[in-house]
Ligand binder design. Structure first.
Ligand SMILES: NC(=O)C1=CN([C@@H]2O[C@H](COP(=O)(O)OP(=O)(O)OC[C@H]3O[C@@H](n4cnc5c(N)ncnc54)[C@H](O)[C@@H]3O)[C@@H](O)[C@H]2O)C=CC1
Ligand SMILES: CC(C)CC(=O)C(=O)O
Ligand SMILES: [Mg+2]
Length: 359
């Protein structure tokens, strides 16, 4: 247990837990282990576990029944592992879980800020020779872009097939995520916000993003602004990642950027995220950036650190900043103590971090 100097409240936190598929189940167990010992004094977690994912779909045909969604809505926060099977698994219709479960939760619960911090923690190893002080956060739009399922296919299976995935960008949706990103940048020491897009080619969406970015910038003279096309941004992310502070971008670009960001900051097993509803009209959802990793599932090979750091983001979101920081410190200590080449089981990593939290 930790004390918290500024708790949002005491009593019971209603937590919906969706372990999901593959390593999602393994890493969620470890995140819960750590959450349990890090919980602030006077606060109890009341967990409801939802067995949503591939197994349930294959057994029952259910992905996310409306009644379950309504129940999940009644929680204070959601902890999710990962969903999905092997890429292009013939037993699972494409996107059935990714769209039907994960994106449906993000859209229905209005998780318009997909928050993905990237930092090279002391003790973590970057594959870059000289990365510098890397500490940035990607604010990825979470409810629009090409992930809305807008599109279709004609003449499927014929040589004349045409497939479209339309990127949806509304002024409402773009402005609110840009506003959130400016506010976050303004609270950070460097106060710098980079818009990443492809305004030179995706001219309709790009124009909307650029105009709203410039408009909101006038309200934040303290924030330095920058713009990069997505392709050039990927150059700088591998040659000079320390230049980034806050990045705001659309759903697809943000998805891709954050896997690269994970790779350069110590690996996908360390990358945490929050699907945040800043207006608090529904529970926010915290999950590692990675997927269900079918290639290592069930082998206790997954690094649960990303899930554990996601639990820290969850506590921070609920107002328990001290408890969140305790988890982060325990992770940093664990990273520093890691022996290169010495593989630990998923549960051993969770145990070690939990032990450091308990002190
Ligand atoms: N948020 C979610 O639920 C997400 C779900 N997915 C789904 O997950 C499934 C697998 O997708 P992939 O593209 O293979 O991405 P993935 O992130 O599951 O795996 C990519 C690579 O990273 C490794 N990896 C991932 N997490 C790790 C961890 N914690 N420790 C050590 N190694 C780790 C995997 O072993 C694999 O080699 C698909 O069905 C995909 O749709 C993918 C991304 C996010
Ligand atoms: C599986 C996708 C829907 C999501 C994804 O890859 C992500 O959010 O990082
Ligand atoms: Mg992704």
């Amino acid at each position: 247990m930790t004390t918290d100097s500024n708790p949002a409240g005491t009593g019971t936190i209603k937590l919906a837990v969706i372990p999901g598929d593959g390593i999602g189940q393994e890493v969620t167990g470890e995140a819960l282990k750590v959450l349990e010992v890090a919980s602030p004094a006077g606060v109890k977690f009341e967990q409801t576990r939802y067995d949503l994912g591939a197994e349930r779909y294959l057994a029952t045909g259910e992905v996310l029944p409306d009644s379950v969604l309504s129940e999940i809505r009644e929680h204070d926060a959601i902890l999710l592992g990962a969903v999905g099977g092997k890429p292009n698994d013939p037993n699972l219709p494409p996107g059935m879980l990714e769209r039907g479960l994960l994106l449906r939760l993000r859209f229905e619960l209005d998780h318009y800020v997909n928050l993905r911090p990237s930092r090279i923690f002391p003790g973590a190893t970057s594959p870059l020779a000289d990365p510098g002080e890397v500490d940035f956060v990607v604010v990825r739009e979470g409810t629009e872009g090409p992930y809305t399922g807008n599109g279709g296919a004609l003449r499927v299976g014929t040589p004349a097939e045409v497939a479209t995935e339309v990127s949806v960008n509304t002024a409402f949706g773009v402005e609110r995520v840009i506003r959130d990103a400016f506010a976050r940048a303004a609270r950070r020491p460097r106060k710098k916000l980079t818009l990443v897009h492809k305004t030179n080619v995706l001219t309709n969406a790009g124009s909307l993003w650029w105009r709203l970015f410039q408009e909101v910038a006038t309200e934040h003279p303290d924030v330095t602004t920058d713009y990069m096309h997505i392709d050039a941004a990927m150059i700088f992310m591998t040659t000079d990642p320390a230049r980034f502070d806050v990045i705001v971008t659309d759903n697809l670009f943000g998805d891709i950027i954050t896997d690269l960001a994970a790779a350069i900051t110590g690996g996908i097993g360390l990358a945490a995220s929050g699907n945040v509803n800043p207006d608090r009209t529904a529970p926010s959802m915290f999950e590692p950036v990675h997927g269900s990793a079918p290639d290592i599932a069930g082998q206790q090979k997954a690094d649960p650190t990303a899930a554990i750091l996601s639990a820290s983001l969850l506590l921070d979101h609920l107002g328990y900043a001290d408890a969140a920081a305790t988890i982060e410190t325990a992770v940093i200590e664990d990273l520093a103590a890691r022996q290169p080449g010495a593989a630990r089981r998923t549960s051993e990593v969770g145990d070690a971090i939990a032990a450091r939290v308990t002190g």
